[in-house]
Design a binder for this molecule. Structure first.
Ligand code: GLN
Length: 487
């Protein structure tokens, strides 16, 4: 059953070929077996899932209308609130915090009868590129257990790559769904800023964050985007007007399309990854793509800008963890000041602390002009350069990262870890939609993805190209050995 796509499982359920209880039992057994090896889940909703599945079966028997995700096995990153369950962001400071409400994306999944199996591991507060910064456990890359899965949505990528569920949700502030998708050989989609509601997502960088789906195929991503890519009153930055509505590639691009490639920005790319990228461009040509050169050399400053604007927002957002309102309260504390100091000292890991310090520094009076305000100006230039590029082309193609997944412990220098996102942060700074598609394996077997971006609000157009690419090729059907195990 796990070899079927989300849409196929849904259709079989709707047609009465399989029951929701069968689906739930099958995937629960797989999770119990495989997750011991890869460690993607922080919590499995064991008790609820069978009850929910039997309710869904009863609904089908009563012949009530079934939702667009009916029967689809889903899991979500642990920074997305699900009523009645812990939301920890893989941080000790939130241990014990039970969410009193559903994020809008969760409400939408429930309305469309999706089955939510549990919460997935991540870098603490979504800060990181390897998933090694979780306070709780190590998540391993199913292609090679000695490699990192990528981050910060590492659990969300691994749960798909090892076929433990069919669609997951992650969050992407600077590349956190696209990078692990690339390292694990799966597809992922980050919409235009504001396309998916951030209500109920634990905020990291409020001007950058987007929730997005991960799955094997763009068809499954598209189904999820139809469900969650809708206007939400509870998020003031939610796009109003048209919701995400699929576009037919054959109709929309029957006269071809143009792809911009910033060739001079690709110099840092490792040779084998470059070969995969070049082959991707050839495939796009086969689909009718005309390749033009665009100038995005401004992106050489993207990491610097991201870590100034980002840390300013991160430190602001993390100030709410005071030992009083959520989760952990230090037992060493004797006074009110102690409660703040010790709870934050004991609760946050090294990376959040590093970013709180950096963010507080760039926002402090005297440095605000020099760093934060300057970074905002450069962000505007990045937005303008993307607009220039999109005046010449429909889509921009980029790699996702300079190479494939690396071994645990290899990247020790935080700055080097930050550089992993060199190709992804631009889309967050400019607020444009971007997706990561599996595009082959390096000679040693590690998967590598490629990236495609579009103008703001052209989410469905972007998805249509991903679907066309996956009709033409079969990279997205590759599975690691672990996924082929089990019944
Ligand atoms: N790796 C980037 C960071 O550490 C991006 C994280 C994200 O997208 N959540 O901030």
């Amino acid at each position: 059953m796990h070899t079927l796509s989300a849409i196929e499982i849904h259709e079989k359920f709707v047609q009465g070929e399989i029951s929701a209880v069968e689906i739930a039992t099958h995937f629960l057994m797989r999770i119990q077996k495989i997750d011991q090896q890869v460690g993607a889940f922080l919590e499995i909703f064991e008790k609820d899932i069978l009850y929910q599945a039997s309710e869904l079966d009863a609904k089908r028997v009563r012949k009530e209308p079934l939702g667009a995700l009916a029967g689809v096995p889903i899991a979500v990153k642990d920074n997305i609130n699900v009523t009645g369950y812990e939301t920890t962001c893989a941080s000790k400071i939130l241990k014990g915090y039970i969410s009193p409400y559903d994020a809008t994306v969760i409400r939408r999944i429930k309305e469309e009868d999706g089955l939510i199996f549990g919460k997935l591991n991540m870098d603490e507060f979504a800060m990181g590129s390897s998933c090694e910064y979780s306070a709780f456990k190590q998540t391993k890359n199913p292609w090679d257990l000695s490699l990192v899965p990528g981050g910060s949505s590492g659990g969300a990528a691994v749960a798909i790559a090892s076929d433990m569920v069919s669609i997951t949700l992650g969050s992407d502030t600077g590349g956190s769904i696209r990078l692990p998708a690339s390292f694990c050989g799966i597809s992922a989609f980050k919409g235009t800023y504001g396309r998916v509601s951030r209500n109920g997502l634990v905020a990291l960088g409020s001007s950058l964050d987007q929730i997005g789906p991960l799955a094997h195929s763009c068809e499954d991503l598209e189904r999820m985007m139809e469900v969650i890519g809708v206007h939400c009153e509870k998020d003031s930055t939610s796009i109003s007007g048209a919701n995400f509505t699929p576009v037919k590639f054959e109709e929309r691009y029957k006269n071809g399309f143009t792809v911009g490639v910033p060739w001079q920005f690709l110099e840092g790319l490792q040779e084998d990854s470059r070969a995969i990228f070049d082959r991707f461009i050839d495939h796009l040509k086969t689909l009718g793509g005309k390749v033009v050169e665009v100038d995005l050399s401004i992106l050489n400053y993207a990491i610097a800008v991201y870590y100034i604007i980002g840390t300013a927002e991160f430190s602001t957002n993390l100030s709410r963890y005071d030992g009083i309102r959520y989760g952990l309260r230090s037992e060493r504390a004797a006074t009110l000041d102690d409660v703040y100091d010790f709870s934050r000292e004991d609760g946050f890991g090294d990376e959040p602390k590093r970013r709180i310090l950096l963010g507080t520094f760039v926002l402090s009076s005297g440095y605000q002009e020099a760093y934060f305000k300057k970074a905002q100006k450069v962000r505007q230039i990045i937005i303008n350069k993307f607009a220039d590029a999109f005046s010449k082309c429909d889509f921009v193609a980029l790699p996702v990262s300079t190479g494939g997944a690396f071994p645990f412990g290899q990247v020790k220098d935080p700055l080097q870890m930050y550089l992993e996102d060199i190709y992804t942060v631009g889309a967050n700074l400019a607020g444009v939609p971007a997706m990561s598609l599996p595009a082959g394996n390096l000679p040693d077997g590690r998967p590598v993805g490629v990236q495609l971006m579009a103008r703001q609000r052209q989410d469905a157009e972007l998805m249509s190209v991903g679907k066309a690419f996956q009709k033409l090729t079969s990279y997205h059907t590759a599975r690691p050995k672990i996924a082929r195990e089990g019944t």
